[in-house]
Design a protein around this ligand. Structure first.
Ligand code: FAD
Length: 294
């Protein structure tokens, strides 16, 4: 089994890509075209998200199994505790192992329907991600990742408490973390500093969404949980009605962010792709993260 940790621990920085499970045949075609287009660029790993609130979970397992069996990519499956008993979680983890997926991103997930609604654990399930980390760890030789939030998780009362709970996930056995979207390199670097101050030296990977459209900008603002800085809005918003100009300027912003992160020594850039490959390919080429054989 090739672990994510081993893939991101080399001397040169790497990149990885995240997809969501396709909902129909058309989306399946789009996903597989992107996977095949990215394969020669040798991403450190590729991950497939776990359907929120029970949607399309079989799709996650089917797609990640196919990646494990039909491609050269190192697969990672996301898994959440939403609406699952511990017995069901064991079962899904067993499925991952059976198809050759030994890297798991262990998440609590959000309440189905309304992400801001009350979190109600399954009566025979888990309440926090650290418990899922422990469960995965107890079931075999897995490399386990967790999520981290540069501005703090929206449900955390303050950054200190947020850091304490993040540290708990590493104490439970997490090997690395992937950060939620953020706007400026310093926002991510402060998260890394908080972890270092708490004695955690495991890798934390920045999550990057290439800013190709106004939609990706709004999605970044929404998911990050923090308003975009004035300079960013001034640079991109005037271009909202000019697709090409927005895309060019947005990719400039994304590339500048990535360059700063690489200069700060991040081991890997994790790209949220929306199941497309073009923007990621353009960025990694521009950043010089392309292997010789691509
Ligand atoms: P946790 O780490 O359990 O934290 C949840 C909240 O509980 C936080 O506020 C935390 O501070 C608090 N907390 C933790 N431990 C304790 C404790 N012991 N006592 C009290 N409070 C505590 N969602 C999906 O549905 N599918 C996906 O595939 C998916 N992929 C993601 C990938 C990444 C990289 C990221 C950043 C997020 C992803 N999400 C996904 C979203 C994620 O499931 C939600 O953000 C969810 O709200 C938090 O999950 P978590 O694993 O961080 O939870």
């Amino acid at each position: 089994m090739t672990s994510v940790l081993s893939r991101i621990s080399g001397s040169a920085p790497t990149f990885s890509v995240e997809f969501f499970p396709p909902r129909d045949a058309v989306e399946e075609g789009v996903l597989w075209r992107s996977i095949r287009e990215l394969e020669p660029f040798d991403p450190a790993y590729m991950s497939i998200t776990y359907g929120a609130g029970g949607s399309n979970r079989d799709g996650t397992i089917r797609s990640i199994a196919r990646v494990a069996q039909e491609t050269t990519l190192v697969p990672m499956g996301h898994l959440t505790a939403v609406n699952h008993s511990v017995a069901e979680l064991r079962n899904v983890i067993g499925h991952f192992a059976a198809v050759g997926v030994r890297n798991i991103l262990a998440l609590r997930g959000d309440p189905p329907g309304d992400v801001h609604g009350e979190w109600i654990p399954h009566p025979e399930g888990l309440t926090y991600a650290y418990e899922l980390v422990e469960l995965v760890r107890s079931l075999g030789d897995f490399c386990v990742g967790v999520s981290a939030f540069p501005y703090g998780h929206p449900r955390s009362p303050d950054l200190e408490t947020d850091t304490k709970h993040l540290v708990r996930k590493f104490q439970a056995g997490a090997d690395f973390a992937i950060a939620q979207l953020f706007h400026e390199a310093d926002d991510f670097l402060r998260l890394r500093d908080r972890l270092a101050a708490a004695g955690v030296d495991a890798p934390v990977l920045p999550g990057i969404m290439p800013l190709t459209t106004p939609r990706t900008l709004h999605k970044t603002i929404e998911l990050s949980g923090a308003p975009a800085p004035e300079w960013l809005l001034r640079r991109l918003e005037p271009l909202a009605d000019d697709k090409q100009a927005f895309r060019a300027a947005g990719l400039d912003v994304s590339a500048e962010l990535c360059e700063r992160l690489l200069a700060e020594g991040v081991p890997n850039l994790h790209f949220y792709t929306f199941n497309r490959s073009k923007a990621t390919r353009e960025l990694i080429t521009r950043l010089g993260l392309v292997p010789v054989r691509a």
